[in-house]
Design a protein around this ligand. Structure first.
Ligand code: CUA
Length: 314
């Protein structure tokens, strides 16, 4: 029974910060809860019906007291808000240059692909001491990618990407859970995270049959579906050029401007008429039913790899 830990291992850079908030909230709840229970018991005994204690001079209003019990909790709450917001933002904004790994959730497994092409199911190998960003989506229902030892958890949604990041601090194996009820075998949607020394991780990458890098697979999908016939680099093509597109602001036909991020590229592949680039017509077929989530991820990686430098505004 004592095999069941109250607090999981602490194996990421953020874990200590999350625990500090958790311990502080527990402490402050016990502290004020304790004061209230003691006051309650004291009054209940001292002023019980049979007691002869004097009830004269009962306090009916007391400005100082009311200000104290309003302002002190207010200050503490604002402090907790500011403190936890900082940790929350830190948890959600991955550092620049983080390694990006794609995760696809489905009933009932996690499918993972590393940029070098290596795929795995229900196991995630990562190097220690390196920020890792997970780019996640689901091919059916809502799941949630939860690594207790890293203190991170994020819903994984169909139809869009969500991300989270971590930096593992200690080599070892850790639990991976689905934390959103997603159907019959939700409880079986578990796996492990293997944190390795960087050199070991490189060995693992080389030795686990990586196959093609994601950008290369993406390029193959791109050609397989004939994307290059319209999306050429030269001017006057039927589709906008994809060179240097990623990360730029795109002018749309309706006058709006959008950021060309992962979600934009994904949406434009699945539903080309959702956001039409200014100067172009919707001639592109919808690829909603023809592409797997993995192929979509590979295409997104390929478009990303076409460069993130500022392109000339046409
Ligand atoms: Cu997937 Cu629960």
């Amino acid at each position: 029974m004592w095999n069941f830990p109250l607090i999981p291992d602490r194996a990421s850079t953020i874990a200590g910060e999350v625990d500090a908030i958790y311990y502080f909230l527990t402490f402050i709840s016990l502290f004020f809860g304790g004061i209230i229970v003691i006051g309650l018991l004291y009054s209940a005994i001292r002023y019980r019906k049979a007691s002869k204690s004097s009830r004269a001079n009962a306090v009916h209003d007391h400005l100082g007291l009311e200000l104290a019990w309003s302002l002190i909790p207010l200050a503490i709450s604002i402090g907790i808000f500011v403190w936890s917001s900082r940790v929350f933002i830190n948890m959600h904004v991955a550092p620049k240059g983080a390694m990006e790994i794609y995760v696809v959730g489905k009933q009932w497994m996690w499918k993972i692909q590393h940029p070098q092409g290596n795929r795995e199911i229900n196991t995630l190998h990562v190097p220690v001491g390196k920020p890792v960003k997970l780019i996640m989506t689901s091919q059916d229902v809502i799941h949630s990618f939860y690594i207790p030892a890293f203190r991170i958890k994020q819903d994984v949604l169909p139809g869009r990407y969500t991300t989270q990041w971590f930096e593992a601090t200690t080599p070892g194996e850790y639990h991976l859970f689905c934390a959103e009820y997603c159907g019959t075998s939700h409880s079986g949607m578990i796996g492990k995270v293997v944190v390795m020394e960087p050199a070991e991780y490189e060995q693992w990458l080389a030795g686990s049959g990586g196959g093609l890098a994601m950008t290369t697979s993406g390029q193959q999908v791109f050609q397989q579906f004939g994307c290059q016939t319209c999306h050429k680099q030269e001017a006057g093509q039927r589709g906008p050029s994809l060179e240097g597109l990623f990360g730029t602001q795109v002018k749309l036909a309706n006058g709006q401007t959008v950021l060309a991020d992962q979600d934009y590229i994904r949406e434009s592949i699945l539903n080309p008429s959702a956001k039409v680039v200014a100067g172009f017509q919707v001639l592109m077929p919808m690829y909603r039913t023809q592409l797997t989530q993995e192929q979509l991820n590979q295409l997104v990686e390929y478009v990303k790899s076409l460069g993130t430098t500022k392109r000339k505004e046409g």
